[in-house]
Design a protein around this ligand. Structure first.
Ligand SMILES: Cc1ncc(COP(=O)(O)O)c(C=O)c1O
Length: 383
């Protein structure tokens, strides 16, 4: 039977047709005027998504590479770093810094909850000698489907001089984040989520304080050296050969985002989350995150008692062509994650919920057919 494929994972996400078409173009010289015109328009478009006046540096890399770039550009071995973690990606940010010789102190919060700004403020107040050089934050923790209140967490820094570094890989462009207004020193994101292009590009924006730290930072770097990237950016170029096809795609996806409007995009994502959560609740499934901190980009639902999450994923994929993500690390097999970031519409959520009803029934979990779809339709129609 023909199976239409639905990629409902939190990255890589589905790529709009216009972006796919834009990528199918002949190569151009990356040191010529045509490329420079395109890279200029991309770099300026990215600033709007980051809500910053600072340069946004583009690295051909996975998001993790951009996280590493952020760290090695502002830290020296032996620097103390306070890593606020609410899940697997918060842990990864800490691990990268540790591998480069930073001294890590973790401020951990239970997976499925958000970081508490009061606890961060309390810890920073204790640091009278200002030993902590950087605070690592995750905007949207993709492993648990929780969004942190980055504005409040950044505010919790008070007068402490530590830099605030934010991993916004799965949130930026889907969930509001205001680099300049919230005083964030470094913001990192990746290509394959809200930016709606295939994986392979990472982005790092640094403010003046971060550039000041960059001049002093001793962690070794060559490819990741932000000064190098900045120098080339002044000529609308990259120091090393860029993935031109991905940049064709990004130019088009930024146009799509501009046409929809950033605030409308945020609202669409919130609505997708609300539709999905209403449907899942109607099936009496438990959600990992509370409504108050629930991500607008990805939803984690607990597998029913006694059932492995993998079974649900397999049935959804084999029978209906819908790919969902599993749990990571300690949540492996305990949750199923449904991505709704980027090129996702209400209809995609309806299809996913309808097929989930049938999947659960097949797996021996009795459901009322149509219950999830009915609840979802209500949110679509009535808000
Ligand atoms: C919050 C967050 N940080 C970091 C990453 C790592 O990005 P990449 O897989 O592109 O290295 C991801 C990927 O899902 C993410 O969601």
């Amino acid at each position: 039977m023909l199976k239409k494929q639905y990629l409902m994972v939190p990255g890589p996400t589905a790529v709009p047709e216009r972006v796919l078409q834009a990528m199918h173009r002949p190569m151009i010289n990356h040191r010529g005027p045509q490329y420079e015109g395109m890279f200029r328009s991309i770099s300026e478009g990215l600033k709007k998504v980051f809500k910053t006046e600072n340069d946004v540096l583009t690295f051909p890399a996975a998001g993790t590479g951009a996280m590493e770039a952020a760290l090695v550009n502002v830290l020296s071995p032996g620097d103390k770093v306070l890593a606020v973690s609410i899940g697997a990606f918060g842990d990864r940010f800490a691990e990268i810094a540790a591998r480069h010789g930073a001294v890590i102190e973790k401020l951990d919060f239970e997976w499925g909850t958000a970081a508490d700004p009061a606890r961060l403020a309390e810890r920073l107040t204790q640091d009278k000698a200002h030993e902590i050089k950087a605070i690592l934050l995750t905007h949207n923790e993709t492993s648990t489907g929780v969004t942190n209140d980055i504005q409040a967490l950044a505010k919790a820094r008070g007068n402490h001089p530590a830099l605030v570094l934010v991993d916004a890989i799965s949130g930026l462009g889907a969930i509001n984040l205001e680099m300049d207004a919230w005083g964030l020193d470094i913001v990192v994101t990746g290509a394959q989520k809200a930016l709606m292009i295939p994986p392979g590009l990472g982005f790092v924006a640094m403010n003046e304080r971060a550039w000041g730290a960059q001049a002093e930072a001793k962690m070794p770097k060559f490819y990741w050296d932000a000064q190098n990237i900045k120098k080339s950016l002044a000529k609308w170029q990259n120091p090393y050969t860029p993935p031109v096809s991905l940049l064709y795609g990004l130019e088009e996806s930024l146009k799509l985002m501009e046409e929809e409007g950033l605030e409308n995009i945020f609202q669409r994502h919130q609505k997708l989350r609300d539709i999905l959560r209403a449907g899942l609740k109607a099936l009496k499934l438990s959600l990992l995150a509370d409504d108050a901190v629930a991500s607008a980009a990805v939803t984690a639902v607990l597998a029913p008692e006694g059932m492995e999450g993998k079974k649900i994923q397999k049935q959804m994929k084999d029978r209906f062509g819908i790919t969902l993500a599993g749990g990571q690390k300690k949540l492996e097999n305990k949750i199923v994650r449904i991505g709704h970031v980027g090129y996702v519409a209400e209809t995609d959520i309806l299809v996913t919920l309808a097929c989930l009803e049938m999947t659960l029934q097949t797996l021996g979990i009795p459901v009322e057919y149509g219950a999830a779809v009915k609840a979802a339709e209500r949110v679509i129609m009535e808000g």
